[in-house]
Every structure is written in structure tokens, then in C-alpha cells.
Design a protein around this ligand. Sequence first.
Ligand SMILES: Nc1ncnc2c1ncn2[C@@H]1O[C@H](COP(=O)(O)OP(=O)(O)OP(=O)(O)O)[C@@H](O)[C@H]1O
Length: 261
Amino acid sequence: MNRTNETRQPPVGQAEPRAGSSRPAVIVHGVHKAYRSGTLDTPVLRGVDLSIETDQLSVLSGPSGSGKTTLLNLIGCIDRPDRGDLTVLGQQVGRLNDDQLSDFRRDHIGFVFQNFNLLPVLTAYENVEYPLLLARVPADERKRRVKAALDQVGLAAQMRHYPAQLSGGQRQRVAIARAFVKAPALILADEPTANLDSENGAAIVALMRALQRQHNVAFVISSHDPQLKAHADRVYPIRDGRLLPPETAPVRAETAAPSLV
Ligand SMILES: Nc1ncnc2c1ncn2[C@@H]1O[C@H](COP(=O)(O)OP(=O)(O)OP(=O)(O)O)[C@@H](O)[C@H]1O
């Protein structure tokens, strides 16, 4: 038997080791998803096949209702497909039970949301610290990592501010720091610029682009923001629950990473 051709799976609930892994970050195979309302099933994803490379910024793009968030939720292990399977960071997630799935999500995936989803009673510092508390990271290490993350998004001076004391763009920076602080191999962002004006949106796009390069993570973003699509390595167009052929990034002059402070 030729063992080199065997598909090796990491232990249940663990992601592939990051360094040297040449596998795609995400493989979606034959995925269908419908939402049920009463006796009526509304199909949303109708057989999606997709492979997302590590170390790239990828955008899922399509009109409202095309299924972007549904697909992002499946990749993020927030929901399960009706049919088909997903391999995320080398782990076939359909093999995980609900507890294992939520541990996998917590340990390996960072999330950024359209509405920021910060806890209003916690300061910027405490919001970023929260995932490290859940992961039982020791206090000294927590402090070092939270400060570094806030520094990277340019919010060191506002660390004691509550979300209500921050602008929309600053809140999204806190949310991005929170997503990066655990150094996940995969970050998912659902319409991260939709609630921002174009200037703040452009700054957030530049920040995500710079952080993706700096941290070598797979960054998957659902968006119809043309600024985001213009900065993506790969754009995956979705229409009516089906994927069209991917668009490669337009050739453009390489811009230096912006200063984050
Ligand atoms: N929990 C749910 N129950 C029932 N229908 C849902 C649910 N979530 C989404 N849908 C429906 O599924 C379809 C796809 O929704 P989805 O949020 O994935 O689209 P989207 O491309 O992200 O849209 P948008 O850009 O507006 O966020 C929509 O018609 C939506 O109404």
C-alpha cells in the first residue's frame, strides 16, 4: 500500500500544524444548506465547492441574500451544512461533535463582525483580553499580547475607553485586535466595512491587509465593498447560492503596509 497517498487527519479537534503546511486553509466540498421555515425549505447554498489558500486575503462577494454569510458561518464552524463537507485547517469539521466544534472554533478561528460585537461593559483592553481569559492564558502573557494587539491597530492610547466612547472605525479596530490576539490561523470577517463611512472603511481595509501579511493568516471576508475586493488576493463571486469562477486579484502597484500606530 502506498502510504504517501493516505489522507492524514490531525487528531480530532486540532488544527494542522501551521508552519510548512501546504494544504489549503479551507476546503468546501459539495456543500448544500437550506433554511427551514415551517414546512418550507429555502435553499441558500446549492452545491458549493471552494478551496481557500493559507496566507491569502480572500473575499466572498455577491449581492445581498446570495449566501455569503451562510457560507462564512459554515467555514467558521458556527453552523453545519445539510450536505457536503468542510475541511478547515486540516480538520474535517463534520467529524466533530458540538462541544469539539465549539472548542475548535474558539482555539483556531478569529471573527470580525459588521456590528463589531464588542461587550459594552468592558473597556477596549478588556474586550481584547476576553478570548485570552477564556483560553486561560496566564496574566503576564495576556497583558503582553493585549497591549501588542492594541498597539498594532493603533489604539494603545484608547485602551481604557469603553466601546461607547469610541468611533465606529475605532470599535472595528478593537474587534480586529480581539480577532488577532489569539494568533489564529484563520480569521473570518462578515461585512467588516459595511457600517463605516468610506474613509474609515478604507482605513480598516488597509489595516486588515497589513495585518494579514504581517501575521500570515488566512483571512476570509464576506463583502461587496469594492475597496475590499480591490485589495484581495482572490475574490470568490457567489450568485444565488452558487460559486462562479474565482477572480484573481487585479495586477496593481504594490503598496507599502501602512503605519498602524
Ligand atoms: N437563520 C435564517 N433563517 C431563515 N433564512 C435565513 C436565515 N439566515 C439567512 N437566511 C436567508 O438566506 C439567504 C442568504 O442569506 P445570507 O445572510 O447568507 O446572505 P448574504 O449574501 O450574506 O446577504 P447580505 O449581504 O445581505 O448579508 C437570504 O435569503 C436570507 O434571508
